[in-house]
Design a binder for this molecule. Structure first.
Ligand code: CTP
Length: 417
């Protein structure tokens, strides 16, 4: 047994913004004001950000705002200072990733055509394209976005390997409603992580299908009452995000949980009952898919009364029937699939987890110590031991859910056919 506590998998580091040099390009759209918050999110994720603005962007946001937040001068002028640095080349060598948000129609046209009339475009063309990914997040009026010139520019850039974060549908500055709003900032950050992953050897789930369950289930007694548990879905969200970041084709089946926790670009089906979760998982699974069952599935369900149960004054006894076991059902249907389960236990974690691994014919089980500090349903960390079907075990101690998610995926990839 390997007992060394892990700070996190190598893949977690490769797909993370922590310690990365990020060029944040801002162009002249009204959404430029959102770049200030994006910069804060990048630095909160551990990145060092270098703001670069076009002249147009300075009409909407002061360079000093970004400079103050970044703790670095914002570059606007191509030939601003009398120093020996060739500014755009020095920056291109420094960068690990460049993200342009918001990206205007004008910028996209120039970038696609290789017209470099400002410091941002010069630096983007000077980037070593194999090593440094570029993410662009367009924002503009809906008619402008739909224009064939803009669409062709985006298609060409995407073909060349630029990561495009599509704008969202919503109210635009011009008071129309349509696609053109700058993508949600958390989504832009997720795309940056995915781009970093793709530029390293960590995008090892390309072409793989991963199904993740998350959150609790609800077993209804009547139309207004149910049995459930306090699962928040954070672990499932972490696994889904890690798998998507590593290039997988991910489907999430989620019980009632905060939707904002889930990665925005992952297809999600929301369910309530165990039976609905089972059906949704069956629909999402394929013969060689991977399934990570983080959901806290209810083991028992009362028969559901069609009408609200009335208070009669009498104490009622609740009749409970067992629910179907989703992992067991999936294993029976897909003998070649790679399955991971969780065993939340208050004692005898390893022995109980191992018993579930065997009983449910799993490939990996995550024994999860609950009822101890720093581990459990809602917190950022989980105290876990990983066990696989070959007898391999790793006590990872209390780790961040993201790091644990990557460790689980590492193991599944080892074991998948
Ligand atoms: N699970 C499942 N279907 C169920 C219940 C649980 O697929 N009806 C999955 C859980 O998502 C988890 C694993 O099985 O990944 C273990 O769940 P757990 O509740 O710990 O195991 P049980 O078999 O329900 O045993 P017990 O509650 O008695 O410990």
């Amino acid at each position: 047994m390997t007992a060394a506590p892990q700070a996190g998998a190598a893949s977690a580091r490769a797909c993370s913004l922590a310690g990365r040099h990020v060029v944040l390009g801002v162009t002249g759209s009204i959404a430029a004001y959102k770049a200030a918050e994006l910069l804060r999110m990048l630095t909160r994720n551990g990145a060092e950000a270098q703001p670069v603005m076009t002249q147009g962007a300075t009409h909407f946001l002061g360079p000093l705002t970004l400079a103050t937040l970044a703790g670095r001068e914002t570059f606007v002028e191509m030939f601003a200072r009398d120093d020996a640095d060739i500014r755009h080349i020095a920056l291109a060598r420094w960068a690990d990733i460049a993200v342009v948000a918001p990206a205007t129609a004008d910028f996209l046209g120039k970038y696609r055509s290789g017209i470099v009339d400002d410091v941002l475009l010069n630096l983007l063309l000077a980037l070593p394209s194999q090593r440094v990914p570029v993410v662009v997040a367009p924002a503009m009026n809906d008619e402008m976005f739909a224009h064939p010139a803009v669409q062709e520019n985006l298609e060409t850039l995407a073909r060349r390997g630029v990561f495009v974060v599509p704008p969202e549908h919503g109210e635009l500055a011009c008071k129309t409603i349509g696609p053109g709003r700058l993508a949600d900032l958390a989504r832009i950050v997720q795309h940056c992580e995915r781009a970093l992953c793709a530029a390293s050897s960590a995008a090892d789930f390309r072409g793989r299908r991963v199904v993740v369950t998350a959150g609790p289930t609800r077993q209804y007694l009547d139309p207004v009452r149910f049995l459930s548990n306090p699962s928040t879905g954070r672990m499932g969200a972490a696994v889904a995000r890690a798998a998507w970041t590593r290039g997988a084709d991910v489907s999430v089946v989620a019980g009632p949980m905060d939707r904002a926790l889930l990665p925005a670009d992952v297809a999600t089906v929301f369910v309530e009952s165990v039976q609905d979760m089972l059906e949704a998982v069956r629909a999402a699974m394929s013969a060689d898919a991977m399934l990570v069952m983080t959901a806290a599935v209810g083991d028992f369900a009362p028969p559901r009364a069609p009408e609200k149960i009335k208070k009669t004054g009498q104490v009622r006894t609740l009749e409970l029937l067992p629910t179907p076991d989703i992992l067991t059902a999936v294993r029976a249907q897909h003998p070649r699939a790679t399955l991971a389960g969780f065993a939340a236990e208050t004692s005898d974690v390893c022995a109980r987890a191992r018993e579930k691994l065997v009983r449910k014919k799993l490939d990996v089980i995550v024994g999860n110590r609950v009822g101890v500090a720093d581990s459990g349903f809602a917190g950022p960390t989980t105290d876990a031991v990983l066990i696989d079907r070959t007898g391999w075990e790793q006590d990872v101690g209390a780790v961040e859910k993201t790091a644990l998610a990557h460790l689980i995926l590492d193991r599944l990839r080892e074991l998948a056919p």
